[in-house]
Design a protein around this ligand. Sequence first.
Ligand code: GLN
Length: 478
Amino acid sequence: MSDSVLAIAADVRTGRRSAREVVEASLARIAGGDDIHAFLEVLADAALSRADEIDRSVARGDDPGPLAGVPVALKDNMCTRGIATTCSSRILEGWRPPYDATVVERLRQAGAVVVGKTNMDEFAMGSSTENSCTGPTLNPHDRSRVPGGSSGGSAASVAAGFVPLALGSDTGGSIRQPAALCGVVGVKPTYGLVSRYGLVAFASSLDQIGPLSASVADAALCLEVIAGHDPRDTTSLDGPVPEMLAATDRPVAGKRVGLVTELIEGTAPDVAARVRESADALAEAGCSVEEISIPQFRYGLSAYYLIAPAEASSNLARFDGVRYGLRVDAQDVAAMNVATRTAGFGPEVKRRIMLGTYALSAGYYDQYYAKAQRVRTWVANGFADAYTRFDALIGATTPTSAFRLGEHTADPLEMYRSDTCTVPANLAGHPAISVPFGADGDGLPVGVQILAPPLGEDTMFTLAAALERVAPGVGASR
Ligand code: GLN
């Protein structure tokens, strides 16, 4: 692992280390070892000139900000002005956005240095990064295994020590699941806390951007930088942002924590064991921990795999060969649309578009889409009941540790099952974090998930930091 975001920023702000030195070291690690295919593009020249700018501002006596000189990797579904943004899809080949996503602007204003764009499942659809048109990212802990997905490149780039910080997006678990499989911290914020402006939409009512980092405090600091109202995203919350970095130092004694039965049952024995140990550790630290069943969670996955594809089928209609990237010419416009989409989208994206179109079609809408929406409300009610008794909930992030490359590619339902523990928070719009907590019998990282009520990021970070302090190690990566 490279050193922490907090340490780097403190050094660069006070001139103890130059941003150039930090960025050069990150670029050297990437150049020397990205045989795991974490990056789609490394922006060495731009990163170095940005680092020099930061060093000049420090020399002038200015403060470049709370992320001064921190190398950051961005999932390739976040728009970067003039820099290819592909979503790991052929259909966006050659497209260079004319603007930066709000998160990219905010990172830059805080002094961070974008060093590259990371690999992902095409349009963020997947749980292993195997659905990338450029081939999979490998898990740095074991190269025969997947890093999780869809933000697999971002998670692996932090786990491999290429960068101390990366951004991912989480629609049904795509930050937390790869974080768990790669042994790093990953946060899905409250829906609306982070602007989606400039995030290529997958399922707009579920998508949120969040940080991946080696430590809980680093994730909290990053989230403070990227959170906050943005008039360019109509779903952006207009109100105070929870205190997050300060919350990592608060005591946990007295917090009421619910250990969710449905987030343990059906998980691999080693995963269940680590989760129970993490609950014991919180009890030891003075929390009151009790098991609670939220039966609605069993239906989350079915609802998610109707709602997410339905929204995707609509969002992806814009890739028609006219406005973005790839165009395959044919005799008329309709034939051109078909030829472009046939050549441009991979099999999983096509499957989602067809599933979603079917679920929304006349005659099936009530039976599938409308019913899934009712289940979504019912899941949110399950959470609301639980939060009358608990400050936070814990459980597994994923049913298993990192699986082998190719293990689930033949059966999409098997792949979808990786998301069972993560989708409830997306359906309800609540925050959740995955914190590394030891390893399984094969030495592969295990993640524990902490869930909190909307805008309860402060409580979530307090508990996550407490867990991190007592967590058994994952073992050395790479
Ligand atoms: N794995 C889930 C899916 O394939 C979640 C993806 C995500 O969060 N972007 O839809």
